[in-house]
Design a protein around this ligand. Sequence first.
Ligand code: GLN
Length: 281
Amino acid sequence: MARRLTRQLTTGNGQLTLNICHLYPDLMDTYGDKGNIITLVKRCQWRGINVRVSNIGVGQSLDFSAKGGPASGWDLYFFGGGQDRQQQIVGQDLQKKAEDIKCAIENGTVLLSICGGYQLLQNHFKTLDGKMIKGIGLFNANTVGSTTRMIQGLLIELNPELKNQILSIYPDTRYQIPDTRLVGFENHSGKTYLESETQPLGSVLKGSGNNGKDGTEGAVYKNAFGCYLHGSLLPKNPHFADYLIAKALERRYGIVNLKPLNDFLEWQAHQSAIKQTNHQS
Ligand code: GLN
């Protein structure tokens, strides 16, 4: 009760609207990644920011203006995880949406993808039984199915450039982000290898990350992020949720100063998830 009151007192980003496109929510939500959408929606609402979520599936067009939205399209795409079989269906349909998505990312739109979604945004994913699923090459990386299931808590240190950007999202200097690391739960057998210049999202402190060997986790291209962090990721990593919201609003409205929220419970969840990874911090 007291917590909700604090939330209301921190509103003040009214008259802004965040337009979210949830890609393939029916086929790509085996691992509860929808919690990320709920977090984005709630964190906007707590600040008085309007949110609109559109579910786009197989055979549906990404033409946002045709659905009554602004011609400049969605502000944030979300693409969750799924299993190999669903990835084959989605992978084919995604080819028809590739140009729109890539063009949006070139123009600064934000995208968060997890696991199966992340794999389909790469050049290709070769499954363990040898099927080649073509990706859209947004991230210059490839995934190969393996016999090892990487299933455990995953803790990462953000890449330094991103870490600096995240530290600057709250202009109120009295508010300090307690921890910039990201924590989640990975569950994949695909091993991802980043090509030469591709930037990782971060480096692995605990868990396997992209492939369990090179210490990298995820990928970044402009404001598009891919990772293996299920969990869901955003409920217990409020700094990253706010970074995505701030970046997504920036394209439409210019720099938006987000008011800090009372994230006591979120940071407790973050700490508790880190504890479960057995990382000695
Ligand atoms: N099929 C993929 C893998 O196991 C993706 C799994 C997922 O999205 N969690 O590598």
